[in-house]
Design a protein around this ligand. Structure first.
Ligand code: CAA
Length: 259
């Protein structure tokens, strides 16, 4: 367990847990928080014993957005020159191990965008998602206008980005933004258990699955299918493929070696 203040990290078996920890600011995401998330991802990615990662907040807020206090006096040249919101936020996207967002309470603006950068979202029953940037005279800047329509379709994405209304957990699940809803006091257990399940499989295969599913959002169906077939064929080069199938035929649990 490390206590780098604004972000806490823990290791649970084969799972790396990242907790955003600015409760007095509803976990608003300033540079220190996002840099610390990036550093935690660097550590967990480099650690062969970690097979999956969970990012969470607290019961009130996953994250209520980018830090408005930090941004209020930005001018154009500063935002442009520092590549604001891209520089450190993109680290989440480049992580090749799976990341689950465990969302309770508010996931607003950059908080919703951070959750959508993860591979899937498990929501507590009190979760609230929104892109309320328009109320501040800005717009989503970390993928909200792009990832939200891919997740929930144009109608709901336009509605949320233009009116700033929040979506509760039920609506978010119906719309396809979240994969499951659990009672708030079960959220972390459920997310850790899903991550533990993923981490019990062959890591190279897990990474291949993540890469292939993500490809679906970057390519035509024909190109995506071709990409999948290439990776599928490559899986037969793994010792873990031999072990997985042998174990099935011998009616015993597989012993994956991540090679
Ligand atoms: N940035 C900075 N401070 C924030 C914050 C944020 N995004 N969200 C909340 N806080 C602060 C509040 O100012 C408040 O501070 P004080 O105690 O000093 O007053 C503290 O956190 C607690 O918040 P509230 O008192 O407002 O709590 P609430 O329960 O009444 O409301 C809330 C909760 C609905 C989340 C409300 O805080 C809110 O609307 N927050 C802002 C949400 C928002 O606009 N997010 C988008 C940010 S822009 C962005 O993210 C750009 C992008 O695309 C990357």
């Amino acid at each position: 367990t490390s206590h780098s203040s604004v972000v806490l990290t823990e290791v649970h078996g084969k799972v790396g847990l990242i907790r955003i920890n600015r409760p007095e600011r509803m976990n608003a995401l300033n540079d220190a928080v996002v840099d610390a998330i990036g550093a935690a991802l660097d550590t967990f990615e480099a650690d062969d014993a970690i097979g999956a990662i969970v990012i969470t907040g607290n019961e009130k807020a996953f994250a209520a957005g980018a830090d408005i206090g930090a941004m209020a006096e930005f001018d154009y040249q500063h935002a442009y020159r520092t590549d604001y919101i891209t520089r450190n936020w993109e680290r989440v996207k480049t992580c090749r191990k799976p990341i689950i967002a465990a969302v309770a309470g508010y996931a607003l603006g950059g908080g919703c965008e951070l959750a959508m950068m993860c591979d899937f979202i498990i929501a507590a029953d009190n979760a609230k998602f929104g892109q309320p940037e328009i109320k501040l005279g800005i717009l989503p800047g970390a993928g909200g206008t792009q990832r939200l329509p891919r997740a929930v379709g144009k109608a709901k994405a336009m509605d949320m980005c233009l009116t700033a209304r929040f979506m509760d957990a039920e609506e978010a699940e119906r719309a396809g933004l979240v994969s499951r809803i659990v009672p708030v006091d079960r959220l972390l257990d459920e997310a850790l258990s899903a991550a533990q399940t993923i981490a019990s499989y062959s890591l190279p295969v897990v990474m291949m699955v993540k890469e292939c599913v993500n490809r679906a959002f970057e390519s035509s169906l024909a190109e995506g299918l071709l990409f999948e077939r290439r990776v599928f064929h490559a899986a037969f080069a793994l010792e873990d493929q031999k072990e997985g199938m042998k174990a099935f035929l011998e009616k015993r649990p597989p012993q994956f070696k991540n090679r």
